[in-house]
Design a protein around this ligand. Structure first.
Ligand code: ADP
Length: 235
């Protein structure tokens, strides 16, 4: 039996802006397993980022249950959620959020300096194919290279979970394929549970499971018997 990492039950998230209420998540129940690579697909506004933020401890549910292993995330206060994020979660966002005045190595080091059992920054950069650019500043790197540095930064603390929100959203499809290759490599070699939000439906071929969202809930789940490597996918 695969080990259960995340379990959500009847998760509802509403946002109130002005006089209107938006139901971003409408009763989501979902299990995610250790070392699984899951892709979330669905139209803009269907609730994907809201779910990812809740799994990552960046946001609270309105009602329902969210568990990470035996930890009930829905009952944690902000301080405990911060500790949860620090100890267990790596994030990758669409815009790389690197510090421009620091080199690739120094950007990764910001995380490794405070993590209990980190990799060396060089090792993390090597894993994403950036070992030869460690002393470069972000402005000296292409968008795809900057995103790979951001992935190195996210994984250097050896997180059990890697959450990626549109990691290739700002990249052309060929560059995006390299970035996804790096994420898949991390998923394979470190066994990190990876969840990727994307508009690029071709990515679904490299996932263990594809979860489709519609109007704040899951509309379909597909399991891939065989996964393709990013190099085998026609982008
Ligand atoms: P997706 O990631 O699928 O594009 P989101 O999870 O970002 O969808 O958004 C789901 C719905 O919740 C949308 O209608 C969005 O406008 C709304 N929403 C998301 N975040 C907020 C927020 N901070 N305040 C108000 N509404 C929000």
């Amino acid at each position: 039996m695969a080990e259960l990492i995340f379990q959500t039950k009847d998760v509802v998230k509403t946002y109130r802006t002005g006089g209107t209420e938006v139901r971003a998540l409408d009763g989501v129940s979902l299990d995610l397993f250790a070392a699984e690579l899951t892709v979330l697909l669905g139209p803009s506004g269907s609730g994907k980022s809201t779910l990812l933020n809740i799994l990552g401890g960046l946001d609270h549910v309105t009602s329902g249950l969210v568990r990470f292993r035996n930890l009930d995330l829905s009952s944690l206060n902000d301080r405990a959620l911060t500790r949860y994020r620090r100890d267990h979660v790596g994030f990758v966002f669409q815009f790389y959020n690197l510090v421009p005045s620091l080199t690739a190595r120094e950007n990764v080091q910001m995380v490794t300096d405070i993590a209990p059992d980190p990799m060396r920054p060089e090792e993390a950069l090597e894993l994403v194919g950036m070992g030869h650019r460690i002393d470069h500043f972000p402005a000296e790197l292409s968008g795809g290279e900057q995103q790979r540095v951001a992935i190195a930064r996210a994984i250097a603390k050896r997180p059990e979970v890697l959450l990626c929100d549109e990691p290739t959203g700002a990249l052309d499809s060929k560059t995006g394929a390299h970035v996804l290759e790096a994420i898949r490599e991390i998923n394979d070699t470190l066994g990190a549970t990876a969840v990727i939000i994307t508009h690029n439906a071709a990515i679904r071929q490299m996932a263990h499971r594809v979860i489709r969202f519609q109007d704040g809930n899951i509309s379909a789940v597909e399991t891939n018997a065989t996964r393709l490597s990013p190099a085998e996918i026609e982008w």
